[in-house]
Design a protein. Sequence first.
Length: 283
Amino acid sequence: MKKFLAGLFLSVLVLALAACGADKKEDAGSTTGDKADDKENTTVTIGASNTPHAVILEKAKPILAEQGIDLKIEPYQDYVLPNQDLESGDLDANFFQHIPYLDLQIKDNGYDFVNAGGVHIEPIGIYSKKYKTLEDLPEGATILLSNSVSDHGRMLSLLEAKGLIKLKEGIDKTAAEIKDVAENPKNFKFDANTAPEMLVQMFENEEGDAVLINSNFAIDNGLNPMEDAISLEDKESPYVNIITVRAGDETKQEIKKLLEVLTSKEIQDFILEEWKGAVVPVK
């Protein structure tokens, strides 16, 4: 009887240990399966101007997360550091500049960057605390421009489009400079000594008679281009704001998905609703 009981006990113990081992294998298999199914998201670090660029990216962020991309947004308030940080590898992309500015940056700094795709246009505006219309600008009025040479062609083209000046024939107007003004009927004085981000302050301080301000800086400082500007650049402007990446990265799936979302109807509708035409999607 003792031998029988001992044998029975041993059998039960073996079965219990076997079952326990099977459970552990199943658990291990289950864990392995969970890990296989749980793919980590890809992180994309992107530098952007506060408004409207970072605001647009924040709207796109949850949409991209659903597609496996974690968007890390680094805000900037100048036009120099975003390209420096992209070159150093601190950023995977940036979103703040238009094509002529990128072209000039590549020429001046030798950056190996490419335009991955356009997102929106920010019509540049003419602002004045002293005058309500362009026609009111007096003889010899001082016009304040950005000290960024890449902005001059755009700003001078706007003044030409509004009938205030004429540029030399045959020049590339995107690269025009003050010296390329051929006709200046009211003898306007052009002051191009102010950093782009400081032009709003110059406007608020009533410096000059009119100030040309990029919409992102205007919006970021509480101005409404549609209401506060005495004149705005046409919506057909070629100065499209783009996603910029290092050469070769434009083919990465995460960059392609980023552009797909930023040019989707959902984001386009958001841009139109949020800025009422002060920021215009490209598609």
